[in-house]
Design a protein around this ligand. Sequence first.
Ligand code: PHE
Ligand code: NA
Length: 498
Amino acid sequence: MEKREQWGSRVGFILAAAGSAVGLGNIWRYPYIAYDNGGGAFLIPYLFALFTAGIPILLLEYAIGQKMRGSAPLSFRRLNEKWEWLGWWQAGISFFIVTYYMVIIGWSLSFTYFSFGRQWGEDTEAFMLGDYLGVANLTEGSWFGGLQWNVFVPVVIMWAITFYILYRGVRRGIETATKILMPILVIVMIIITIRGITLPGASAGLNALLEPDWTAMANPQVWVAAYGQIFFSLSIAFAIMITYSSYLPKKTDLANNGFIVAFANSGFEFLAALAVFGTIGYLAMVSGVGVDEAVNSGIVLAFIVFPQIINTLPGMNDLFGFLFFGALTLAGLTSAISIAEVCISAVREKFNLTRDRAVIWVCGIGFLVSMIYVTSGGLNFLDIVDYAVNQFGIVFAGLVEVILLSWFYKLTTFRDHINELSDLRIGGWWDVCLKYVTPIVLIVMGGMNVYNEIVEGPYGGYPFGQVAIAGYAVAIGVIIVGFIFQNMKWRSEGAMDT
Ligand code: PHE
Ligand code: NA
C-alpha cells in the first residue's frame, strides 16, 4: 500500500493553502462586489463574515482533514458512516468548478499572450465576444456552435500544466509549484497596484471604491454578498481545505496557519481592489465614461474593460497587460490545482487507485467537460454552471456541513484538537459562530437564492433547457451522485492512513 503523502514543510502548506484561496475571486470578483455593496462600508459586513464564518469554517476544515487524515468522503465517513455522501457532494461541486475555472484561466493565458502588441485592437468587446469566444457568430437557436480553436489551445495548455503538477504529487508537484508561483504573484500584484493607484485620475476611481454608503448596511443583500464572497474566496465548504490539511503532519499548529491564510487572502483582495479601481479611475478620466459605467461584473471587467484600459495607458501598456493577465493566470492556476486535488484524493482512496491513475481519470473527464465551454455557445453553459455551484452548491453544502458538525457532532472535539496543537487558543465564540450565526446566514442566503430563481425565472434569461441541464441538473445531480458513491464498496478504507 502507498503511504499517505505529506507536505514537506509548514511554509509549503501555507503557500499551497493561500495559493488555493487567492484566485480569480480576489482579482476580479472582490473589487466589483465591494463597489456594488456599499463601497467602504462593505468592509464591515465583509469583516463580520470573515470572523463569524470564514475563519471558523476554515479552522474547522483544517481540523477535520488533519485529524481524520482523509479526502473529504473518507474524513466524513470516519466521523459518521452515513456522512460520506457530503464529501462526495463537495467533491462533485469541486469537479464542476474546475471544469470551467480551467477555461477562464485559458482565456487569461491568451490575453497574457495578446498583451504583446495588444492584439485585441480598439474595440475590445467585439474582439472578445466575436473573434475570440465566437459568441457573436453563433447561429440563432444553436446551443453549442463550433469549437473555438483559439480558446481550445490555451485551455489544453492549462490542463496540461495542471495535470503535470498533480501527477508529480503533493510535495514534488503542488508544494513545489506554489513555492515558485506565490512569490511571483505577490511581486506582480504589488507592481500592478502601485501602477494602478499612481495613474492620472486614479483618485476618482479609488474614491468611488472607498466612499462608504452606510445605507447599504441595512440591506440584507449586502450581508449575503459579503458571506458569499468570503465562502468563495477562502475556498471553504467544498472540501479543498479538508483535502489539503489531510496531508499535514500529525503535529501542526492549525490556528496560526488558518489566520495567516485568511489574512493573506484578504490582503490580496484589497490590493486587487485598489489596482482595479485606480485603473478604472484613469479610464473614466481619459474617456469621459463615469466610473459607474466602467465597473462591470467578472468576465466583462477582466476581458473587456481591462484590455480597453490597457490600450490607452500612457506608456508600457504591453508590460502592464502582460503582468495583469499573467497574475490572473497564475492566481487561477494555483486554485485550479487545489480543486482538482479534491476529486483526485477522493477517487483515489475510494477505488484504491494509484495517484497516477486518479490524476488521469479526474483530469481526463474534467478536460472533456471543459470542451463544452470551448465552443462558441459555451459561454452560456459556463455562466450557468458558475451560478449553480455558487448560489446553490456551495451554500447548501456549507449549510449541511456546519449543521451536521455543530449540531450532530461534538464540536468541542475539534476545538480541543485545534487548541492542543496551536499557540493561539480558540474560545467558545467559535462554537457560537458555527452553531448559530453561520447556519442562520446560510439559510437566509439559500432561501433568497431559491426564491429569486423561482420568482425571476431561469437565471440570466437563458433558455429554460440550458438552465435545466447546466443549472438544476448539475446542482441536484452532485447530491445524487454523492449517495451513489456512498453506497459503492470501499476498495481501500484506511489504506493510506499513516
Ligand atoms: N478561492 C478562489 C478565488 O478566490 C476560488 C476558488 C474556487 C478556488 C474554487 C478554488 C476552488 O478565486
Ligand atoms: Na480568494
